[in-house]
Ligand binder design. Structure first.
Ligand code: NAD
Length: 486
């Protein structure tokens, strides 16, 4: 692949169908995490911009969007998906510049999946029915769906366009309007999506975008706005708590997809080559900055040495560096702040007596950029914060186990409950262990295999509610039960 020339963009808000600056012209700088250089400037919104955006969304909800039929909305969603694919390479470049992830990853996964989110819901919304109950000859009851209203969509930075579209597509499909706040570190692809949305024929005001920060900025203003009816949030549990408090006065409907500290449980009878291939991905893809990454690896003792030998060897082969080079497997972490945070866990592991089998430092020759070698640590007690807290970087811990009950207990020994992976060729054990793991998404002999019809989300501190298929549509609708006396 030829080295791709990159051109970043400045980012404005998108309110009522227009790109606009902040009322006070405030901006902040967008930094490239791979070079630490400035990419451009971003409008910094706050309460006033959110007020404008909500007013536009409210008008569109009762006006232009409400008059579109289901078929028309479906066609518009399809068109948005098509336009994303037309601009795939440009979007992948911007995503890679903003996040530091390999361009090849953005181009093969993030952007195609963003398009598919729209294509999937374009079809799905036209295929659903509604509940109906006949009560003898007395009455017929049926559930009538209507949009929930103006939805606030607050996003993280790790899979920016993929996760935004995962929420926006069903939101629009069910007739709602939206006020979006992308993560401050990754404003670019959301901004381009607004151009696409306009070109696809979405009426002005239906989708609005306000850039900015968290609690005292655009994020907080969305969380507490009295005319926002629901909030779809993806991010950290602590932020979820703040949003819930701010949203409580207006009793908003909430959908949360939060963090994870996901166990990867490997029994000795598993196919070790498949385990290694997939565990390399589930540990280090996207620099380990995926909520579903299996950062706690438990290996049954008879397979422990073989696993470590192969896993460490393969990890050492991973190439860390320039996200735009073909051969790069692992790019840069998102920001200085996050880089320091991930490194603080490396320090904790050292203090707690962990053994570093590989990684734990900046790769040689990469003086600029937030790069960290993929890191494998053994010998840590389960009380080490490195084992119990989400690191959200290319860092995994590996622990041997002897008994099934013991590994289930360790896997569940966390506040999180997002996902888990179980490797075994014993079918009964696969089911038995899966039923006991406290997680919303459990893979047996695979990882990150998704079907968008299935329920997706976490339990415990990893989320509230589920998305995917009907679960997404349920969140974005209000149901009225209508009873007709016969
Ligand atoms: P974050 O919680 O720091 O920020 C997420 C968003 O919330 C950002 O747009 C931020 O500006 C905004 N925000 C921050 N404080 C706010 C406040 N008080 N009120 C309103 N908005 C506020 O999360 P992050 O660092 O961007 O993302 C990483 C986290 O996201 C990790 O915990 C990761 O596991 C989680 N995540 C979960 C999923 C999932 O599907 N479960 C997917 C991706 C990421």
């Amino acid at each position: 692949m030829v080295q791709i020339k990159t051109k970043a963009i400045d980012c404005q808000h998108f309110i009522n169908g227009q790109f606009v600056s902040s009322h006070n012209n405030k901006t902040f700088n967008n930094i490239n995490p791979a070079t630490e250089e400035e990419l451009g400037v971003v409008a910094e919104g706050g309460k006033q911009e959110v007020d404008y955006a909500v007013a536009a969304a409210k008008r569109a909800l009762d006006g232009a969007w409400s008059t579109k039929t289901l078929q028309e909305r479906s066609q518009i969603l399809r068109k948005i998906g098509d336009l994303i694919l037309e601009r795939q390479e440009e979007l992948a470049r911007l995503e890679s510049l903003d996040t530091g992830k390999p361009f090849s990853l953005a181009n093969s996964i993030d952007i195609p999946r963003a398009a598919y989110n729209f294509h999937f819901f374009a079809d799905y919304i036209t295929s659903i029915g509604t509940e109906a109950y006949q009560q003898d000859d007395q009455a017929l009851h049926y559930a009538y769906r209507r949009p929930v209203g103006v939805v606030g969509i607050i996003k993280p930075w790790n899979l920016p366009l993929l996760l935004l579209t995962w929420k926006l597509a069903p939101c629009l499909g069910m007739g709602n309007t939206a006020v979006i706040k992308p993560a401050e570190w990754t404003p670019m692809t959301a901004t381009v999506l607004m151009e696409i949305i306009k070109e696809a024929g979405v009426p002005d005001g239906v989708v609005n975008l306000v850039h900015g920060f968290g609690s005292d900025s655009a994020g907080g203003a969305i969380a507490e706005h009295p005319n926002i009816d629901a909030i779809s949030f993806i991010g950290e549990p602590g932020t979820g708590t703040s949003i819930m408090k701010a949203a409580s006065d207006s009793l908003k409907k909430l959908s949360y997809e939060l963090g994870g500290k996901n166990p990867n449980i490997i029994f000795a009878d598993a196919d070790m080559d498949e385990v290694i291939d997939t565990t390399i991905r589930s540990s280090f893809i996207n620099q380990g900055e995926v909520c579903l990454c299996g950062s706690r690896i438990y290996v049954e003792r008879p397979a422990y040495d073989e696993f470590l030998e192969k896993f460490v060897a393969r990890t050492k082969e991973l190439i860390v560096g320039d996200p735009f080079k073909d051969e790069t497997n692992v790019g840069a972490l998102i920001s200085k702040e996050h880089y320091d945070r991930v490194n603080s866990y490396i320090d904790i592991a050292r203090e707690d007596g962990g053994t570093f089998l590989t990684g734990g430092k900046r790769p040689e020759g990469l003086e600029k950029g937030y790069y960290l070698e993929p890191t494998i640590i053994t010998g840590l007690d389960r009380n080490s914060r490195c084992v119990s807290e989400e690191i959200f970087g290319p860092v995994v811990t590996v622990v041997p186990f002897d008994m099934e009950e013991e590994v289930i207990m360790q896997a569940n020994d966390t506040h999180y409950g997002l996902s888990a992976t179980i490797w075994t060729n014993d079918l009964k054990r696969g089911h038995r262990v899966a039923h006991q793991i406290e997680a919303g998404i459990i893979w047996v002999n695979t990882w990150f295999l998704r079907d968008l019809r299935t329920p997706f989300g976490g339990m415990k501190h990893s989320g509230i509610g589920r998305t995917g298929g009907m679960h997404s549509l349920d969140f974005y609708t209000e149901l009225s039960n209508i009873t007709i006396k016969l």
